[in-house]
Design a protein around this ligand. Structure first.
Ligand code: UD1
Length: 339
């Protein structure tokens, strides 16, 4: 069976290609390479022994998107990673975010209907929950008002899928990721941030590599045990495997609703300081860091209730925090060597 992966050259997309191919699927990648490189295709081939098919395309352009579907027949399902993902940038360029993230979704769904493709996995985010009232957070928890256009596109996407699946044959699973970090154990694929990283792990590894002078820990006065924010960090390989399970669930007709939502996290929350400790412990590197004021828009703490995903999907995250931080470092070192 053939799966189309939009944004398949990106961080999560590339790891998902590997896991899908390992599970026996054929993969077609459509990517505009705006935030990635096609070298990833060679790397995926190196890891799996199989070269995914690739087409460079801007899926937010209806004609280009149609061309992808006209070129590749026999597609069973689609996993949609193609989206812009920087929260700060979305505040500055909201129209671009709505146009890109929702335009891609609409163009892809329209083609699914036209070509009779039934199964769709959407890359969603725990950002849809906002600041939780109760922890761990369950899938049934309310979706709160979005605080950025990026988060809003994730919410709208879920709502659009609700209406579209209820009036068509399309079946969808929205995976609400917590904080994906780490890299493939081969260090052949990983996260490639554009410019100065916004996210914690790339900033840590670039600081340890000497590319950045110092990590600023945003806030030390949060109402948590050590005063820093808490997140549910998940290894990108575990996350990638969840997509294979979600796709198989629909193919095997095991889904219970036309659109299902799952939390994809580990169920454990770690503070920023605990992440720094894990990084230093697992790599033996000393990190240069200091406290800085809180970052606007940060929620205090969130971690997943994973019971529903475990029970329904039969999926559970397996990698621990040290494996996440050490694999991210191995990848950073590999990037340095390839310069
Ligand atoms: C961010 C986005 C979220 C998105 C996710 C995935 C915001 C508010 N949220 O999540 O919508 O889905 O990325 O990429 O931007 N930190 C530091 N110093 C740094 C960087 C981060 O202390 O240089 C802290 C942050 O304050 C936070 C934690 O590390 O407490 C994790 O931050 P980050 O990796 O940016 O992820 P989120 O903010 O959780």
């Amino acid at each position: 069976m053939k799966i189309l992966i939009t944004g398949g050259c990106g961080f999560i997309g590339s790891h998902t290609c590997v896991e899908l191919q390992n599970a026996g699927f054929d993969v077609v990648i459509a990517d505009n390479l705006s935030n990635s490189t096609d070298k990833v295709i060679d790397r995926i081939e190196k890891i799996t022994g199989k070269r995914p098919e690739f087409i460079k395309a801007d899926l937010s352009d209806a004609l280009e998107c149609n061309k992808v579907f006209d070129t590749f027949g026999g597609i069973t399902g689609i996993i949609n990673f193609a989206a812009s993902k920087a929260v700060g940038e979305s505040m500055e360029k909201p129209i671009m975010y709505y146009k890109n993230n929702l335009g891609i979704l609409l163009n892809v769904l329209e083609n699914m209907q036209k070509h009779g493709i039934k199964y769709f996995v959407q890359s969603s985010s725990c950002t849809v929950y906002g600041e939780p009232d109760k922890l761990p957070i369950k899938e049934s928890s309310p979706v709160k008002d979005a605080t950025s256009p990026y988060g809003h596109t994730k919410q709208i996407a879920e709502q659009m899928l609700g209406f579209i699946t209820s009036s068509s044959d399309i079946r969808a699973v929205a995976l609400r990721y917590f904080n994906p970090i780490g890299a493939h154990p081969t260090a052949l694929i990983g996260e490639l941030p554009n410019g100065v990283p916004n996210n914690l792990l790339p900033f840590i590894t670039q600081t340890a590599a000497g590319i950045r002078k110092e990590l600023k820990v945003f806030g030390n006065d949060y109402p948590t045990a050590d005063g820093t924010c808490i997140r549910d960090y998940i290894h990108v390989v575990d996350l990638a495997k969840a997509h294979v399970v979600a796709m198989n669930r629909m193919i095997e007709n095991k889904n219970k609703k036309a659109l299902e939502f799952f939390n994809i996290g580990t169920g454990h929350g770690y503070s920023v300081l605990e992440i720094i400790n894990s990084f230093e412990r697992s790599t033996g590197e000393k990190l240069n860091w200091s406290f800085a004021p809180r970052r606007a828009g940060d929620i205090i703490q969130i971690w997943a209730d994973t019971e529903f995903a475990e029970k329904e999907l039969g999926w559970k995250a397996l990698e621990d925090i040290d494996s996440m931080t050490s694999s991210a470092w191995k990848w950073q070192q590999m990037l340095g060597e390839n310069k």
